[in-house]
Design a protein around this ligand. Sequence first.
Ligand SMILES: Cc1cc2nc3c(=O)[nH]c(=O)nc-3n(C[C@H](O)[C@H](O)[C@H](O)COP(=O)(O)O)c2cc1C
Length: 169
Amino acid sequence: MRDMKALIIYHTNTGHTRQAAQDVAEGLKGEGLDVSIQAANDAAGWDVADQSVIIVGSPCHAGSVSIRAGVSGPVLSLLKKLEPNTLTDKIAGAFSVNCAYGGQKTVDAIEKHLQAAGARILQQGVVIRAGVPFSLFRGPMASEKTREQLREFGYILACAAKGDDRTAQ
Ligand SMILES: Cc1cc2nc3c(=O)[nH]c(=O)nc-3n(C[C@H](O)[C@H](O)[C@H](O)COP(=O)(O)O)c2cc1C
């Protein structure tokens, strides 16, 4: 049987969200999924035909400003290109990195876009803490505990894609 595929789209300024994407990927790969990680800036559109799982991660950018709901520019532009039914029946999820607060808003907004395109959100998205305000420099790294949460998130979505829903909410 061909490996199931997963795509992780992310944006980063100072590297934390890329690291988070790699941690989620580890969880997916542990269950045998073939994972691609793509920067939102490099993605022209949504080439998802053979993907079983789609995960989108964004640093929290201005979580208190409602106009962008905390989603970074490149991720939001890409989400806005999602046509209805592009993700029908695919399993999807979201994660965000914030230095203080607002990341839950980012996750909620990403999930809304994914669901509007038909995706199934089976597992609540993950918010982790790293970095500094306005990403002025790289700042503190994510803790090992939160990195484990990201690996677990990948693992759960991989299990769900394989039809083992026991671990999904
Ligand atoms: C324009 C901008 C707005 C930000 N707004 C928030 C915010 O509302 N809340 C927060 O906790 N962090 C905020 N941050 C900080 C980043 O979310 C944080 O540093 C994160 O770790 C950056 O991830 P990255 O290394 O992947 O770019 C903001 C950063 C930028 C550049």
